[in-house]
Ligand binder design. Structure first.
Ligand code: SF4
Ligand code: ZN
Ligand code: ZN
Length: 321
């Protein structure tokens, strides 16, 4: 029987790239340490210690919140959870419930931003009105709401993207030759005072399988449901399968790819040319043209740019000191 490298107890997890077996306790500590080291290695706490974690109800962001809640005191982090209720029938209700239970158990303050309640539509309604691809509209809405929250709450936004997510997006960006997106696949995206909140990805070094096992062993509360609109044939999912096979053949290759990407990706910005960054004339947040994508989309679909409404919601959560 395989034994834990650290204590000799029966092992339950094999970490191939580290050529190590771990018992439950030492596997959990191994992942905690990985997150802590990523926070340090990439200076993720250099933009402030008020962290808003975007929690979807799924396993990755649940694990992220769980680990940060554990490390919070030691690192002096002020944690807040934010869930965006997308209004997807038969799915969003379950995710809201899982997030509530998780935050309750961890004692982390939670804000739920409900699109149907606050703005009167779901992401599905918005995409239909615009006759656009649902997932791209959904991604745009989530990015906007998170940024509005970060700017108003004067906080850093932390997302649960794991190593497999980031590596697969990188492969996709290469294939579709979207070098601007590739340049942003880094552990820390610097913000711009007053218009763009800094963003961090503390699970940058954590593999998806590791996050899954962590959630199972630590009994982290999450909902395994998948969005009914997910497209498993999307390039990023195909890239994930490819990367899994490559990783099986050469353990650790995904991580060394990501470490290099963290250093090299920002340099691409000079190659692709800096985008003209300005302020949206409707909501005042970051925009590549005179109007941000969210204000343009809501104006086209419902006759009114709604970015300001979203900002006002989060303004009430701004710190007083
Ligand atoms: Fe949004 Fe669902 Fe598409 Fe994910 S799969 S981007 S949650 S619509
Ligand atoms: Zn052990
Ligand atoms: Zn706007």
């Amino acid at each position: 029987m395989a034994r834990c490298r650290l204590c000799g107890a029966p092992a339950i997890a094999r970490i191939e790239y580290a050529r190590a077996w771990f018992c439950e306790k030492h596997f959990l500590e191994f992942i905690d340490r990985k997150v802590r080291r990523a926070l340090e290695r990439y200076s993720m706490l250099g933009h402030g210690r008020r962290i808003v974690v975007a929690v979807s109800g799924g396993k990755d962001s649940a694990v992220l919140l769980y680990v940060l809640a554990k490390l919070g005191k030691e690192l002096g982090i002020e944690l807040h959870a934010l869930h965006i209720d997308l209004g997807i029938e038969g799915y969003s209700e379950k995710m809201v419930e899982a997030v509530r239970r998780l935050c309750n158990e961890l004692g982390v303050p939670l804000t739920i931003y409900s699109l149907p309640r606050e703005l009167g539509f779901s992401v599905v309604d918005l995409a239909r009105k615009l006759r656009r691809n649902l997932c791209s509209v959904c991604g745009m809405v989530k990015r906007f709401v998170l940024n509005a929250a970060g700017v108003e709450m004067r906080a850093v936004i932390a997302t649960g993207h794991n190593a497999d997510d980031i590596a697969s997006y990188a492969i996709k960006s290469l294939i579709v030759q979207d070098y601007a997106s590739l340049s942003k696949l880094v552990p820390v995206n610097e913000g711009i005072e007053g218009i763009a909140a800094p963003r961090i990805k503390p699970l940058y070094d954590v593999y998806e399988d590791e996050a899954r096992l962590y959630a199972e062993l630590a009994k982290v509360i999450y909902d395994p449901s998948e969005c009914p609109y997910v497209d498993r044939e999307a390039i990023e999912f195909l890239a994930k399968e490819f990367l899994e096979r490559v990783e099986r053949r050469s353990p650790g290759i995904k991580m060394s790819f990501l470490r290099k990407l963290a250093v090299e990706a920002p340099k691409l910005r000079t190659v692709v040319g800096g985008e003209e960054v300005g302020r949206c004339d409707a909501c005042g947040l970051i925009s590549m043209g005179s109007r941000c994508a969210f204000c343009r989309a809501t104006e086209k679909a419902f006759g009114k740019a709604l970015g300001r409404e979203v900002r006002s919601f989060f303004a009430t959560l701004a710190p007083t000191a």
